[in-house]
Design a protein around this ligand. Structure first.
Ligand code: EPZ
Length: 431
C-alpha cells in the first residue's frame, strides 16, 4: 500500500500550478456522451477518479481516446449499452452522472445505486425525484436504478429541498434534452455546476442562470460536437493556500479564478495570513502565529465543506479556541483522532469540532480517512516536527494530481513509498 513519508518543519515557498477541477470534469465527461459527435476535453486533471470514469464511458461502448495526461477525445455514437457496470460506481459515486446523461440522450438508463462513503450516508433521493418530475419512471431493481421515459422527458418546475451539487447537475443534464422548459429552483451554485452548464451550452444546449439559485433550461433535440477546457480546481487551490498557512510559507498559486476562492481567502485573512490576488493567481503569505476563528461549511459561495479538514489543521496551530461547524455532511471529522495523534487538541461534538490551538504538532503514523482529510493530514505532517507517515493515500490520489511532486517543488520533504526499505532510505537521506 502506498504511503507518504514526510519530514516536517519546512515553510513551503514558491509557485504551484493548479489543474482542472475534478468535480467539474466528472460531470462534463458524463455529459460528453450526450452527442453522437466528437467532443475534445482539455485541462482534465490526471487523477484516479477521472481515469475510472473514462473507463466507465468506454465500458458502455463510447470511443474514448486519451490524447495526453490532460486531454481526451470522446465519441458517444457507438454506445450500445445503457447499463453501467457496478465496478465503476463502487469506485466513484460520480458515475451516477451517467444516469442524467443516458436518460437525457437515450431516454433510458441503468446505473447501480451508489453506496454511502466515509463522509456521510449521501442519499440520491433528490436526483431520482427530479428525473421522475421530468416524466421518467425510476425504479430500484437488483441494486440498480432503472430509469426510462419511452415517450420522452418533458420540462417542468423543480424545487430542490436541499441544495445539492450532484442533483442539480444530473437534472440539468437530463432536462437539456427534454421537451419544453424546465426550471430548477434552489439550485447549487458551485463553479462546477456553472462549468457543466457552459459545456452543455457549447454543445448546443439552452441553459440560463447557472451560478444562481434558479436555472432555466429549454430542452433541445440534439447536441453537437465541441472542444472544451475544464475550469481550474478551487479545492486543489484552497488546499495549497492552507498548506502555506500551516507551514508559515509563501506560495503563489497559479491558474486559478480568485473569485471562486473568496470564502477561502476571507478565512485565511481572518487567521492572520496575507493574501494577494492577481488576474489568475493568488499569493498566500503566512509570516506569523495564526489566529483562531470560527467557520461553518455552506453551499457555494459559502465556505466549502471540501476545505473543512484543511482549515482545521491550520486552526490546530493557531492561538486560542476555534469552532468548526460542518453543515453539509454528517461524518466529516474522521481526521480528528489522527490529528490528535499528532498532538492537536480537537474535541468533536456532533457536527462541531472545538479546536484549542497548540504551539506545535509532532510527527506520527496516521491514516487518510477520505480524500480531503487525507490532504489535510499531509499538511499537518509538513507543519509538524519530526517524521509523519500517512497511510491509505489511495484516497488522496483520487483527487490530487502529483501531490507529492508539487509539494516537493515548494520545498517539502515528502516521498511516496511502497516499502519499509524505502522508508529507511528516506530516513537515512534526511539524517
Ligand atoms: C459534491 O458531492 C462533491 N462531489 C463533493 O466533493 C462535495 O463535498 C459536495 O458536492 C458538496 O459540495 C462531486 O462533485 C463528485 P451534494 P454531492 O449532493 O453532489 C444531501 C470531494 O471531496 N443530499 O451537494 O454528492 C447530501 O447528503 C467530494 O471532491 C440529499 O439529501 O453532494 C448532503 O448532505 C466529497 N439527497 C447535501 O445534500 C440527494 O439526493 C449536499 O450533497 C443529494 C444530496
Amino acid at each position: 500500500m502506498d504511503q507518504y513519508i514526510i519530514k516536517g518543519g519546512n515553510p513551503l515557498v514558491g509557485e504551484v500550478e493548479i489543474g482542472g477541477a475534478k468535480n467539474a470534469a466528472l460531470a462534463i465527461l458524463a455529459a460528453a456522451i450526450m452527442t453522437d459527435d466528437t467532443v475534445r476535453l482539455e485541462n482534465l486533471p490526471d487523477v484516479n477518479d477521472i481515469n475510472v470514469l473514462l473507463e466507465a464511458i468506454g465500458g458502455i461502448g463510447a470511443k474514448v481516446e486519451r490524447v495526453d495526461r490532460h486531454t481526451a477525445v470522446i465519441n458517444g455514437s457507438t454506445i450500445g449499452d445503457i447499463s453501467v457496470d457496478y465496478e465503476y460506481i463502487k469506485k466513484i459515486r460520480a458515475s451516477y452522472y451517467l444516469l442524467g446523461a443516458l436518460l437525457g440522450k437515450y431516454k433510458k438508463a441503468e446505473v447501480p445505486l451508489p453506496g454511502g462513503c466515509n463522509i456521510g450516508s449521501r442519499p440520491i433521493d433528490l436526483h431520482l425525484k427530479g428525473f421522475r418530475a421530468l416524466g421518467a419512471t425510476v425504479d430500484i431493481k437488483y441494486g440498480a436504478i432503472v430509469a426510462s421515459a419511452p415517450d420522452g422527458l418533458h420540462g417542468t418546475h423543480i424545487f430542490m429541498d436541499t441544495v445539492s451539487v450532484g442533483a442539480t447537475i444530473n437534472i440539468m443534464m437530463a432536462a437539456s434534452m427534454a421537451k419544453g422548459n424546465t426550471i430548477i429552483e434552489n439550485a447549487a451554485k458551485e463553479p462546477h455546476v456553472v462549468d457543466t452548464a457552459n459545456f452543455l451550452n457549447s454543445m448546443g444546449a439552452n441553459i440560463k442562470g447557472a451560478g444562481t439559485d434558479v436555472i432555466r433550461i429549454r430542452g433541445v433535440e440534439m447536441l453537437h460536437s465541441t472542444n472544451y477546457s475544464i475550469v481550474p480546481d478551487m479545492i486543489e487551490a484552497g488546499t495549497y493556500m492552507f498548506a502555506a498557512a500551516a507551514t508559515r510559507g509563501d506560495i503563489v498559486i497559479k491558474n486559478v479564478i480568485p473569485k471562486h476562492l473568496e470564502a477561502i481567502t476571507a478565512k485565511l485573512e481572518e487567521i492572520g495570513c496575507e493574501v494577494e490576488e492577481f488576474d489568475d493567481a493568488v499569493r498566500v503569505i503566512s509570516a506569523k502565529k495564526l489566529r483562531r476563528t470560527h467557520v461553518k461549511t455552506l453551499p457555494y459561495p459559502g465556505y466549502p465543506t471540501d476545505m473543512q479538514p484543511q482549515i482545521a489543521v491550520a486552526l490546530a496551530l493557531a492561538s486560542g479556541t476555534s469552532i468548526v461547524t460542518e453543515s453539509i455532511f454528517e461524518n466529516r471529522f474522521k481526521y480528528a483522532d489522527e490529528l490528535t495523534r499528532m498532538g492537536a487538541c480537537v474535541k468533536v461534538e456532533g457536527n462541531t469540532a472545538i479546536i484549542d490551538g497548540v504551539d506545535k504538532l509532532t510527527g506520527a503514523r496516521v491514516s487518510a480517512p477520505d480524500l480531503r482529510a487525507g490532504a489535510a493530514l499531509v499538511i499537518a505532517g509538513l507543519a509538524a516536527e519530526g517524521i509523519t507517515i500517512v497511510d491509505d493515500i489511495v484516497y488522496i490520489q483520487r483527487g490530487y494530481e502529483d501531490f507529492e511532486g508539487k509539494l516537493k517543488s515548494l520545498g517539502a520533504e515528502i516521498e511516496r513509498v511502497t516499502s519499509e526499505k524505502e522508508i529507511q532510505k528516506f530516513k537515512l537521506r534526511i539524517g
